[in-house]
Design a protein around this ligand. Structure first.
Ligand SMILES: *[C@@H]1O[C@H](CO)[C@@H](O)[C@H](O)[C@H]1NC(C)=O
Length: 346
């Protein structure tokens, strides 16, 4: 009898330990995932602003800006940088003059696109992180076959067909200098990712946040179009490789259709890198490329990867063990009651 009790007792303890162990594993998994998602929080100025890569008021001087070069029809007022005025056939750009020696960064752009005509307008503007400070050209006011990252803020839908999407549209492209941007197709065949965002002709202040984590090969674009002071996701992609040492720029072009394309502020933040000890100069020779992977998969080698399936299985095992433990405890309790009852009767 005594042996039986000990045995039952120790198997109960064993199951509780096992249960504990499983639950512990589950929490551990969650911790790992939380770690991995640390950067998933809404973008905010989590780093510190680098003045030399930023353009903020007051734009002293009126005709020139320290660290920035104006090109074409762009002009500077007290309150904004106008890439193009609301007139036909204008091209303008503004380029930062210093190569970006930061591996993990985030740019917040406060901009305004509006014009006289409420039905016909165009064409939009582009953000660049490229090898060269482009001369004026046909792709949103910059040269084709760029080398680096471009993000297009396209207000005019050139294409009506299979790949058409609602405009205005924000899209990103990674190019190593070999891919042609096909404006007649809105670049849809070469786009990495994108989203529709109503930034044109709205009363609200319009903002976009572009974050590139070189240490995680991750490109994220978020926007705030409703004065809500919080970011909405446009897209989030892993497998994006870009070197350090490229230049930041903005450009715009009008054709038959036009708009004012204005930058109100550009704030560049250096983010704390995973590899804080790294010298940005060692990443100067990376070839721009993107495999376009969705962020479900984490490409970073030092992070453990747990899939949804793993998590589901863990939960399933956990629940099964809880049920077994409850059943066992119930059974032992029942046995004990029976013995107590027997003691009482005999
Ligand atoms: C450039 O990109 C093209 C198309 O994506 C690719 O085929 C080519 O191998 C790339 N070249 C280099 C040097 O990475």
């Amino acid at each position: 009898m005594a042996a039986g009790v000990t045995c039952s007792f120790s198997s109960a303890v064993f199951f509780l330990l096992l249960l504990n162990c499983i639950l512990f594993v589950s929490t551990n998994v969650d911790e790992v995932i939380d770690d991995g998602d640390e950067n998933d929080r809404a973008l905010g100025p989590s780093g510190y602003m680098k003045r030399e890569y930023s353009a903020i008021k007051p734009f002293v001087g009126g005709t020139s800006m320290q660290f920035w070069e104006m090109k074409g029809d762009s002009l500077l007022t007290d309150d904004y940088i106008r890439l193009t005025p609301d007139q036909q056939s204008k091209s303008g750009a503004v380029w930062n003059t210093l190569p970006v020696m930061v591996r993990d960064w985030e740019v917040h752009v406060h901009f305004k696109v509006q014009g006289q005509n409420t039905r016909f307008f165009g064409d939009g503007f582009a953000f660049w992180y490229t090898k060269d400070r482009s001369e004026l050209g046909p792709v949103f006011g910059a040269k084709d076959y760029h080398d680096g990252l471009s993000i297009f803020f396209d207000t005019y839908a050139n294409q009506n067909g299979e790949h058409s999407h609602e405009h205005p549209y924000i899209s990103a492209q990674i190019n190593n200098g070999t891919t042609h941007y096909d404006h007649d197709k809105d670049g849809t065949h070469s786009a990495l990712a994108g989203c529709t965002a109503h930034f044109r002709g709205v009363d609200a202040e319009t903002h976009v946040a572009i974050r590139y984590l070189g240490s995680r090969k991750r490109l994220t674009v978020q926007h705030d179009m409703d004065d809500e002071n919080k970011w909405a996701e446009c897209f989030d992609r892993y497998g994006v490789e870009l070197p350090t040492g490229y230049f930041l720029g903005f450009s715009s072009q009008t054709g038959d259709l036009s708009d004012n394309h204005d930058l109100i502020s550009v704030k560049f933040y250096e983010l704390a890198s995973n590899d804080a000890e790294d010298d940005p100069a060692q990443y100067l020779n990376i070839q721009p490329k993107a495999d376009g992977a969705e962020p479900e998969r984490d490409h970073s080698e030092d992070d453990k990867v747990y899939t949804r399936k793993d998590r589901a299985l863990n939960w399933f095992l956990g629940i099964v063990l809880v049920l077994i433990a409850i059943a066992l405890l119930g059974f032992f309790y029942y046995q004990k009651m029976q013995r107590d009852n027997m003691k009482r009767f005999y």
